[in-house]
Design a protein around this ligand. Structure first.
Ligand SMILES: [Zn+2]
Length: 408
């Protein structure tokens, strides 16, 4: 049998300088064997030339409806989000909401395509993407993301999150819009419970999101406690609600920055709850001065991973959908610089990130779907150091067409 793709002379993680040949057939990794002098024929042959070949990257957190909107913003939102140890994060979200008065699918989808081409270029083949749903954004962002999801299917797989960015209780009509977004085809129900004005409203927000998730049999993603206030505890509410509803393993929390300020005994209880809820935490330490306690969560056996969060919007000016760049930044911000920690960082933007999104067969082994990157680096240290685009990207068993990814 002829393979679709043969990758020759690849280094693999944890295998030192040994070289391997990898074959891909019908969308799956077919075989991994020691590099042969005369390998069997394949339709496409790629010489890795000793470069590292791994699972492709996954990004579990991206505000995809807002990418490249920075130019439409005033500086005030960015200043408020980062200022005073995130003491005014809520005001920043209110300022950023202004842009949504201009929301229209037609211009949003152009930005979305640009960001997804960047993702393909950087080997970021799976993205959980948030689209704001509220009285200003209406369903314009959702529609743009749904359209792009179909266009990029099989190259960059997008999970569309219908996301109540401005709240549910404080933003009347949002629950109905979330249901409409799910009917249109959104994949995940998204909330932000800490944004509500009172604890009672926060709890109602969490319940509403789970109600909708149950109605549509969908997973849940919520941005929790994204400000410098140890009194914010919506992560706990989310975990207990997931357990109560039998939604274990279908819930993902994002940010949880207030965790940095929690007293230790409370943190320990929370870690136990997260394990019970089989709930992952996505941290984006490069987009704010506080972050979840990544190393401690790892030590507690909680599924932690990294997200890009933003690309040139009111909250963060940079970003390229390059998950190696995200890991490189996190290496500094989290002070994870030993060889073992670099390997963990790499997992947190590939296998662990995929697992957090519900993709549990994201692995470089025979029989698993072939989502791979061929890097121009022999090991994880060099991959992180240069965080360069892969030489080749394979998604769903096919080489990603470089024409998709022409720089703009
Ligand atoms: Zn975010």
């Amino acid at each position: 049998m002829t393979s679709d793709i043969l990758i020759r002379r690849a280094r693999l993680r944890g295998r030192g300088d040994e070289l391997f040949d990898i074959t891909v057939a019908d969308g799956y990794v077919a075989a991994i064997m020691p590099a042969a002098a005369q390998p069997a024929a394949a339709q496409v042959e790629i010489d890795a030339a000793g470069g590292l070949v791994t699972e492709s990257f996954a990004n579990p957190h991206l505000h995809l409806c807002k990418v490249y909107t920075l130019a439409m913003m005033d500086e005030a939102a960015l200043r408020d989000y980062h200022g005073q140890q995130m003491g005014k994060a809520m005001t920043a979200i209110e300022l950023a909401a202004r842009v949504k008065e201009q929301y229209a699918e037609a211009w949003i989808v152009e930005n979305v395509r640009r960001a997804l081409r960047e993702a393909a270029r950087y080997g970021n083949t799976h993205i959980r993407a948030f689209a704001d749903v509220d009285s200003k954004a209406r369903l314009e962002g959702v529609k743009a993301l749904l359209r792009a999801r179909e266009e990029f299917r099989g190259v960059v797989d997008v999970q569309v999150v219908a996301f109540a960015q401005d709240g549910i209780v404080r933003e009347p009509g949002t629950a109905g819009l979330l249901r409409e977004a799910m009917r249109l085809g959104a994949d995940v129900v998204g909330g932000i419970p800490w944004i509500e004005y009172t604890d009672a409203d926060t709890a109602e927000h969490v319940r509403t999101v789970f109600d909708i998730a149950q109605e549509f049999d969908a997973d849940v993603s919520m941005l929790v406690d994204d400000a410098g206030d140890p009194g914010l505890r919506s992560l706990e509410l989310m975990a207990t609600e997931a357990i109560r509803r039998g939604w274990q393993g279908r819930v993902l929390a994002h940010h949880a920055r207030a965790m940095a300020l929690y007293p230790q005994p409370y943190f320990q209880k929370l870690a136990a709850l997260l394990r019970q809820a089989r709930m992952g935490v996505v941290s984006d330490p490069h987009t704010g001065p506080l972050h979840a306690r990544v190393q401690e969560l790892l030590a507690e056996g909680v599924l932690v991973c990294l997200g890009q969060d933003d690309i040139s919007d009111a909250y963060y000016p940079y970003g390229r959908n390059n998950m190696l760049e995200v890991a490189f930044l996190a290496s500094h911000l989290l002070w994870m610089t030993t060889a073992a920690e670099m390997e963990t960082l790499y997992d947190m933007v590939s296998t662990r990130a995929a697992a957090a999104m519900g993709l549990h067969d994201h692995a470089l082994r025979p029989g698993a779907p072939a989502h791979l990157v061929v890097l121009d680096a022999p090991n994880v240290l060099e991959a992180l150091r240069h965080h360069a685009a892969p030489r080749h990207v394979i998604s769903h068993g096919r080489v990603v067409d470089s024409r998709l990814t022409v720089a703009e």
